[in-house]
Ligand binder design. Structure first.
Ligand SMILES: [Mg+2]
Length: 353
């Protein structure tokens, strides 16, 4: 039986796109990598530093619980996940706790799959998609010219759909006009509206032929308000990235608040609970498009998860402005006709630094 003998946290403190990696080593010499959510951009804090709060939690609380645990089978992964959740319950189920657990969990899936010499999909399996289309998720820009430039750059790179992070309806309508009617276009308002504002925005955006309208309402936890927006909106409503556990995701589905579920694997606990989330979406008949804002191990975890989830249909890839990069330096996954294909390398297949 192989065991985990080391856990290291690596914080990549980029000012705008920090990343937090969890690296594991087994006693037979395999290494692996996972990634937590990175907190969020905090204008009040020193650039890049939000990841350190999560890193300290991993190092002080999760590391001692992880070292010494077996890493041979999926049952070992599940046992470790239960161990981490049980031991940290006094700190809550969600937020930094579930985020930190996500990073360790993703790393353990990578480790077990590498030791077995198979892609993570083989452990999650079976693969149910030949290919999944990706969409370019633009940053908040607030400027029509910059939005169109970044969108055109994404389309030139072979990505066939574009999601804006904007809440200015005039700007969105102008972007649609300039890009033309054939580009699949999504809008993510990042919860910038109250309920009435969201209803009004959705009404004006009816002519923009959006694939979906995402997180229109603040607070994100007000599922009832979101459900009321959905009742009047003509386009599908999407949300889910700010739920940090299965219970919240289930409430979102059962409250009739969304047409599309967008869970964030690096927030709600990693690949272990992800299987249940995917199954919940499938049973509810709701498509599940994993949320992602990383080029790194968590994007790869999303790809493995989506490939084995019947409800998955789109994958989100960040599209940083003017050719910006993530600190780990991982390139965009290879695309064929705007789609990612099922991974074949052992583990997650991470090839960054
Ligand atoms: Mg979003």
């Amino acid at each position: 039986m192989a065991r985990i003998v080391e856990l290291e946290v690596e914080a990549l403190a980029d000012p705008y796109n920090p990343q937090l990696f969890v690296r594991l080593m087994s006693d037979d010499g395999y290494t692996s990598v996972g990634e937590t959510w990175w907190g969020t951009y905090q204008p009040m804090s020193k650039p890049g530093t939000p990841v350190f709060a999560i890193g300290v939690f991993v190092e002080t609380l999760l590391r001692p619980l992880t070292i010494g645990q077996p890493c041979d089978t999926v049952a070992d992964i599940e046992a470790l996940w239960q161990r981490l959740v049980r031991a940290t319950i006094q700190y809550g189920h969600e937020g930094i706790v579930s985020t930190a657990i996500s990073g360790v969990d993703i790393a353990v899936w990578d480790l077990v799959a590498k030791r077995q010499g198979v892609p993570v999909t083989t452990l999650l399996g079976p693969v149910v998609h030949d290919a999944i289309p990706v969409y370019a998720s633009l940053t908040w820009l607030g400027d029509v010219d910059r939005v169109c430039r970044d969108a055109e750059r994404a389309l030139s790179a072979g990505i066939r759909a574009v999601k804006l992070h904007e809440a200015n309806v005039d700007l969105i309508l102008e972007v649609r006009r300039r890009l033309g009617p054939s580009v699949p276009l999504m809008v993510d308002a990042s919860a910038r509206f109250d309920e009435d504002g969201a209803i009004a925005a959705a009404e004006r955006l009816a002519d923009a032929d959006l694939v979906w309208f995402e997180e229109p309402v603040y607070p994100q936890s007000d599922h009832a308000a979101l459900a009321r927006v959905r009742q009047t909106a003509t386009m599908p409503i999407a949300a889910g990235e700010n739920e940090f556990g299965l219970a919240g995701l289930e409430r979102l589905v059962t409250s009739g608040a969304v047409d599309i579920l967008q869970p964030e694997i690096a927030k709600f606990g990693g690949l272990t609970p992800a299987r249940g989330v995917g199954e919940m979406a499938r049973l509810a008949g709701i498509p599940m498009y994993p949320h992602n804002y990383s080029l790194g191990p968590s994007l790869l975890a999303n790809i493995h998860w989506a490939m084995t989830s019947p409800a998955a249909r789109w994958l989100e890839v960040p599209w940083l402005s003017e050719g910006g990069t993530f600190p780990c330096g991982m390139p965009m996954p290879e695309l064929v006709d705007g789609c990612v294909l099922p991974p074949t390398a052992p583990g997650l297949g991470y090839t960054g630094h």
